[in-house]
Write a protein that binds this ligand. Structure first.
Ligand SMILES: *Cc1c(COP(=O)(O)O)cnc(C)c1O
Length: 460
């Protein structure tokens, strides 16, 4: 009779399991040293709880595995392609859907066509691959998130929002240099924070006024729509799919990584309404990815994504997903660990600047914290700070706006007891944070340096 219970339960039970390999602190110290203190270089089997990314790491459902059996590997016009295209268009009814092997391939194609020197691409916050692809074309990537989005501790329900005044001012001055305006939902590099429907409508209105195309980086569209459903006035009675369709209707196209909300282990797409742009993009697709009815994907991948898209907008799943991420963040917050607030959709972001105030930005406090989490508890996380964003196009290095360590939660993969263990480890590391020292980069690749850089610890 009207009871309500606090415990978040996973809205699924386990159908097949993968073993986790236990390691000792000595094993992990040796492994991280061998990896040049870069967590991307670790063997995944040496990691206990892998929170490096939520990209491609989710657990597929029974129905996705079944769909894989329907994969039709015809080179052209496979029925798997038509099922994929229909599933994408059901949520994002753009004219042209161009399949790619992952999100950055969609970005590379788009910016090859529309980027170039003297151009400028605004975004709330560019994701690392998006920024790199904009810059590789010669264009400037400009972040215009609202000021609340730069401060880890400020509470705002839609901290991923675009600064509409700044966007309007930029377009008033330089609209002819702006080939496209981007909006990342949710704002991954800015703490996984959502963008409100009102803000998306605002960006759309400004872009239409200046005649500039508006594209979504929609990797976490379902999580963003859930936040709109929960937090925005008047949206609570709509279905998630209905909110997503309205978001799509406000834009002219999108880039997408199907490794995020659609539960793909691989995949992505580029979509748009403009016929001439689509033709240019398909020409590059054929050069670099594949024929337009499979892009960079096998028929079986197209099937898995088509089914995953249906599951991604289910309210039971999204309620569990967002609440279980908040469970981790709220517990760390209660234990006094500084985290980006409010808690985002797919990840909890530790504030390394607050925790390691004694380590200067150019000695990479976030990297130091991420290494400690691995050494102490076998947890793999990802620095999102000066390592990722510090190197400037002019060759200089400067501190990033925030020094974050992201604990990304793979979808449907870990149980609450795994997360309870993470809470214990992070709290223990945070309590001893004053003893952590900085790092020096001893090998730095030319682009996206965080993936393959090597480091040495500085004496504390
Ligand atoms: C993951 C991601 C991308 C790139 O997608 P990949 O599939 O990793 O190439 C682009 N934008 C955002 C916001 C992302 O999270």
């Amino acid at each position: 009779m009207g009871h309500s219970f606090r415990t978040i339960i996973e809205p699924f039970r386990i159908h097949s399991v993968e073993p986790l390999r236990m390691t000792t602190a000595e094993d992990r110290s040796a492994a991280i040293e061998q990896s040049g203190f870069n967590l991307f270089n670790l063997h995944a089997e040496d990691v206990l709880i892998d929170l490096l990314t939520d990209s491609g790491t989710g657990a597929m459902s029974r129905d996705q595995w079944a769909a894989i059996q329907h994969g039709d590997e015809s080179y052209a016009g496979s029925p798997s392609w038509f099922r994929f295209e229909a599933a994408v268009k059901d949520l994002f009814p753009f004219e042209h859907i161009i399949p790619t092997h992952q999100g950055r391939a969609a970005e590379k194609i788009l910016f090859t066509v529309v980027g170039g020197a003297d151009k400028i691409v605004p975004n709330n916050t560019h994701f690392d691959t998006t920024r790199a692809n904009v810059e590789a074309s010669g264009a400037e990537a400009r972040d215009l998130v609202i000021s609340e989005g730069h401060d880890a501790a400020t509470i705002h329900p839609f901290k991923g929002n675009m600064d509409l005044d700044a966007l309007d001012a930029l377009l008033a001055e330089r609209a002819s240099d702006v080939p496209v305006v981007f909006l990342t939902i949710t704002n991954n590099s800015g703490g996984g924070q959502p963008v409100s429907l009102a803000n998306i409508r605002g960006v759309s209105e400004i872009c239409r006024r200046y005649g500039v195309p508006f594209f979504l980086d929609a990797c976490r569209f379902a999580e963003n729509a859930w936040f709109i459903h929960e937090r925005e006035a008047g949206q609570g009675d709509r279905t998630i799919a209905d909110i997503v369709r309205e978001i799509a209707s406000l834009a002219d196209g999108m880039t997408m990584s199907a490794k995020k909300d659609p539960f793909g282990n691989i995949g992505g797409w580029l979509a748009m309404n403009d016929d001439a742009l689509a033709e240019n993009c398909r020409n590059i697709l054929i050069l670099t990815e594949g024929f337009p009815t499979y892009g960079g994907l096998a028929g079986r991948d197209l099937e898995a994504i088509a089914q995953g898209l249906k599951e991604a907008v289910h309210p039971d799943y999204l309620r569990y997903r967002i609440r279980s991420t908040a469970y981790l963040g709220d517990a760390l917050d209660a234990a006094g660990v500084p985290v980006v607030k409010p808690i985002g959709g797919h990840a909890v972001y530790l504030d390394a600047k607050a925790l390691l105030g004694h380590v200067p930005a150019l000695e990479y406090p976030g990297q130091s914290l991420a290494i400690a989490l691995y050494k102490v508890g076998g947890i793999r996380s990802c620095e999102i700070g000066t390592v990722m964003f510090g190197r400037q196009p002019d060759g200089s290095e400067k501190p990033a706006a925030m020094e974050l360590v992201r604990l990304a939660i793979p979808r449907r993969t870990y149980t609450q007891s795994h997360i309870d263990y993470v809470i214990e480890v992070v709290t223990a590391v945070a309590n001893d944070a004053a003893a952590l020292s900085g790092y020096r980069m001893v090998h730095e690749p030319a682009a996206l340096r965080h993936f393959t850089a090597r480091y040495e610890p500085l004496a504390s």
